[in-house]
Structures are given as structure tokens and as C-alpha cells.
Unconditional design. Sequence first.
Length: 223
Amino acid sequence: MSAMEQLCKLFVGGLNVQTTNDGLRAHFEQYGSLTDCVVVQNDQLQRSRCFGFVTYSTAEEADAAMAARPHVVDGKTVELKRAVAREDAGKPEALAKVKKIFVGGLKEDIEENTLTEYFSQFGMIEKSEVITDKDTGKKRGFGFVHFEDNDSADKAVVLKFHMINGHKVEVKKALTKQEMQASGGARGGRGRGGGRGMGFEFVFVCIKPTTSFSKLVYHDGID
């Protein structure tokens, strides 16, 4: 499934055990045309596992359903969020609800207003940051974008790679150390990056703009 197709697929959690495929479809068809709708079943027990997925024909329709949160289906308030790609499902950060994203691989010509202008396509932004060295003021090649809603962050992360000013950057969720532990524990080692005095410990992927972004690390302070 492509990243754009992934934006059309939503996870529905906390379903009434009595909710059927037809019942789920009837509710979410209010917001657009569904290409798929399923309540996941426990085959051994022959009963619902109380979650499912709905897939819309366009990302705009999925956005409409997300904008209508909270949803009540068969008398139960359900959790609605972007479905996680299969290859990312095992990552502890995948299920974390965050409003803040890490943006790595930033070039010198990318300013905070550049980030705000680009990422505003995913939702309302509270602020953007381009991290600089506290002594020299030189840009360190990464930054953060703070959204007003976690779904906006989820949409940006689903696409993973973005082109800003002709440069390819990578986006990941930015978690506090506590959020990472709550999501299943931090992986990788300690990384020297982030910013002093910003109030929490960022999870990000690397500190060299020229380095391949591959491992999540967390940082717990700047010397």
C-alpha cells in the first residue's frame, strides 16, 4: 500500500462487540465512499476483537471522518485514527499519540517559516523550530513541528519522506522519553541532539544531515 493510500485507511478501536461489518459501514459511509470496511474477528472464539478498519476512496473523505471525531457506533464511543502500515506496526512509537514531529536532513536554506508553510498542508501548526548549536548558532540539520492535533502529525509521518525547497527530508514522531517508554520502550542508543531548555527529551533519528535516517534514539540532555 502506498503512503497516499495509507492516508485513506483508518483504524477504529473500542467497538461494541455486537458491531458488524454492515453496522460499521453504515456509520462511516456518512463521510464518504468506502472501498473496504471490516470488523476484525477472533476466529477461534467466533466473535469480534472489538476493532476494525475503514478505507475511503480519497484522503479527503478520511479527513472528513477524522474531523467529525468523536464517533459513537452502536452506543459506544470509538477511537478513530490513521491505520499504521504493516511494516511499522511492531515499532513502539507507531501507536503513540503525539502532536510533535521530528524533521531530519534540513539544509541551510530551510527556516522555521519554511517548515510552517510546508507542513501546514497537514493541519494547523502551533510553532516550528530549526535547532541550532547553542554556542555557534549554526543550524544542526534538524527541527521540530508542533501541530494542534495528533492526526495532523500522523498524516505527516505516514508519508515519511518530504521534499522541501528541493531537498529530501525525513519525518518521524517526536516523543518524550516517558512517551517512548509508555509505547514500549526506547530502542537504540543515546544521541547527542535536541535543544536545551525545551522541557523534554526528544526521540529522533540522527544528528548529521548527510546520514541515513534509520535508528530511533532518545536524548536526555545536552552537555
